[in-house]
Design a protein around this ligand. Structure first.
Ligand SMILES: Nc1nc2c(ncn2[C@@H]2O[C@H](COP(=O)(O)OP(=O)(O)OP(=O)(O)O)[C@@H](O)[C@H]2O)c(=O)[nH]1
Ligand SMILES: [Mg+2]
Length: 186
C-alpha cells in the first residue's frame, strides 16, 4: 500500500458534552469507555483511504466553560472539523449554529466541516422528541457542512466512514495552517 507524503492531516472534534471523547476512544481502540474520560488529548494514527495511508492527528476538545479562551488554540492547523451534537439533546443541536459555528469560523473561516449526530443508538421514549435525520440534513445545508453523518460510539456505528470522509475532505480542501483558501503563486 502506498504511503501518502503529505504532512499530517488534523481532524478536530468540537461540540457540547455529546460524546466526542467516547467517539475517538471507540474508533481508535474499538472500546467504548466504561468510565468517563476527562482527558482531552491529541492522538496520532494512520488512516487508509482509497489505498493510501495518511498520517492523521485526531484532536479532542473540551466543551467546559473554563476552556472557552484556550480552546481555539487547539484549532490551529485543523484540516477538517467534526462538529458534533447529540440526537437526544436538542440544545446541543441548536448550539451548533448559535455557538460552535461562530467559534470555528472566527478562527478558521474556510476549513471544511462534517456535521456529526452522535448517540445514533439512542431510542426515544414515548412522546420524547429527538432530533430527526431531516433536521440534521437541513442544518448541514445551513452551515454549509460537507457531509452529515450519524454515528454511535457505543455501537461503533459509522465511525470508520466518518474518519475516512474527514481525511477525504482534508485532502480535497487542503486549507491547513490558517484555514484560508489555498494561495496560488503566479
Ligand atoms: N447512548 C450513547 N451515549 C453516549 C455515546 N457516547 C457518549 N455517550 C454519553 O455521553 C456522555 C459524554 O460523553 P463524552 O465522550 O465524555 O463527551 P464529550 O463530548 O467528550 O464531553 P466534554 O469532553 O465534556 O466536552 C457519556 O458519559 C455517555 O453517557 C453513545 O455513542 N451512545
Ligand atoms: Mg471529552
Amino acid at each position: 500500500m502506498a504511503v501518502a507524503r503529505e504532512s499530517a492531516i488534523k481532524i478536530t472534534l468540537v461540540g457540547d458534552y455529546v460524546g466526542k471523547t467516547n467517539l475517538i476512544s471507540s474508533y481508535l481502540y474499538n472500546k467504548y469507555p466504561e468510565h468517563e474520560i476527562k482527558l482531552c488529548e491529541c492522538y496520532e494514527t494512520t488512516i487508509s483511504v482509497d489505498n493510501k495511508e495518511y498520517p492523521v492527528q485526531i484532536q479532542d476538545s473540551p466543551s467546559l466553560e473554563e476552556w472557552e479562551g484556550l480552546r481555539p488554540l487547539l484549532y490551529v492547523n485543523t484540516s477538517c472539523f467534526l462538529m458534533c451534537y447529540s440526537r437526544s439533546q436538542r440544545a446541543t443541536y441548536e448550539n451548533i449554529y448559535a455557538k460552535w459555528l461562530p467559534e470555528i469560523r472566527h478562527k478558521m473561516p474556510h476549513t471544511p466541516i462534517i456535521l456529526v449526530a452522535t448517540t445514533a443508538d439512542y431510542r426515544a421514549r414515548p412522546n420524547e422528541k429527538i432530533v430527526t435525520s431531516s433536521e440534521g440534513k437541513s442544518l448541514q445545508k445551513q452551515i454549509e457542512a460537507e457531509h452529515y453523518i450519524e454515528c454511535s460510539a457505543e455501537e461503533r456505528k459509522n465511525l470508520k466512514v466518518l474518519f475516512e470522509e474527514a481525511v477525504r475532505c482534508s485532502i480535497k480542501h487542503n486549507t491547513r495552517t490558517t484555514g484560508s483558501k489555498p494561495c496560488i503563486l503566479m
